[in-house]
Design a protein around this ligand. Structure first.
Ligand code: R5P
Length: 292
């Protein structure tokens, strides 16, 4: 098997190298560049084996990373690869998996079609915002979860955590983590007023259960940080000893990190599904296990 490393401005170079290390497989360099007019160039610089794993998140700049991924997959096929497993740790456009308003493009479906038709034989992603995105593929797909690595991270930080979902949608995720850690979990109620503004209220969380505890707010994505900022305010108000934040995909738009610290977070940690200042939880092992 050959692990393809994507180099030069691509999204998952270090993660690709770590997965290759975990698997003890060959890391194949790729030359990538941008022509002066902005178009992308890729050249695979190793011998192509029959089985190949490509690792590339399609976060910001989404369109460039996506085009690069399509060029790599199609090129591998035409160079003789027979089985291409495509790992997309963060699946860009995955949040538009349906038509919320009439006339909208179902972006996740269109992107899935492109990836499949370029020659992918299997797709693996991590904590897809909606698992239903997998239905857009007619090839095998896996949606693996980073709950294990996140639970390990929290276990190293405190003996007495409570795991908090900042909205009901994240409750299953929070419960998985609390099950691993054998601790309590609960959730808050979030109402999204607009893409930029959310309001959060205390839900059926036993208010006293956060009192004096190290609360860890866990979510799949931190984008603007609005959801987390609201959660921190509520948890502090109800007596949490400290509030820390963990997410799978640290998108972190603009000043999100500053906003979250200014709201009183003790720490922010995300996985390396996306490169960021807080990407300190590795998903290399769960990816390696999924492609074995
Ligand atoms: C929403 O359902 C997601 O799980 C996240 O809570 C959301 O994407 C976070 O967005 P933001 O950081 O902009 O509040």
């Amino acid at each position: 098997m050959v692990i393809i490393l994507i180099i030069g401005g691509s999204a998952s170079q270090k993660l690709g190298a770590e997965v290759a290390n975990e698997l003890g497989e060959y890391l194949c360099p790729i030359e990538t560049k941008k022509f002066p007019d902005g178009e992308r160039y890729i050249r695979i610089k190793g011998n192509i084996e029959e089985k190949v794993v490509v690792i590339q998140s399609t976060g910001y700049p989404q369109d460039e990373n996506l085009i690069e991924l399509l060029l790599i997959i199609k090129n591998l096929k035409s160079l003789g690869a027979k089985e291409i497993k495509v790992v997309i740790p963060y699946f860009g456009y995955g949040r538009q998996e349906k038509r919320f308003k009439e006339g909208e493009a179902i972006s996740a479906e269109i992107i899935a079609n492109l990836i499949q038709s370029s020659g992918a034989n299997e797709v693996i992603s991590i904590d897809l915002h909606e698992d239903s995105v997998r239905n857009f593929f007619n090839i095998p797909s896996k949606n693996i979860s980073a709950t294990g690595p996140i639970a390990d991270y929290i276990a190293n930080k405190t003996n007495d955590p409570i795991i908090i979902a900042p909205d009901k949608g994240a409750l299953g995720f929070a419960e998985e983590i609390s099950k691993i850690l054998e601790c309590d979990s609960s959730y808050l109620n979030k109402v999204r007023i607009s893409p930029e503004k959310v309001e959060t209220q205390i839900a059926d969380i036993a208010i006293n259960s956060v009192k004096g505890k190290d609360a860890f707010v866990v979510d799949d994505i931190i984008a603007t940080g609005g959801t987390i900022v609201n959660a921190i305010a509520i948890l502090k108000k109800h007596g949490a000893k400290s509030v820390s934040v963990c997410c799978v995909h640290p998108i972190l738009v603009n000043d999100a990190i500053l906003k979250i610290y200014a709201a009183g977070a003790k720490s922010i940690a995300g996985t390396d599904s996306l490169k960021s200042e807080v990407s300190c939880i590795s998903v290399a092992k769960i990816i390696a296990d999924a492609v074995r």
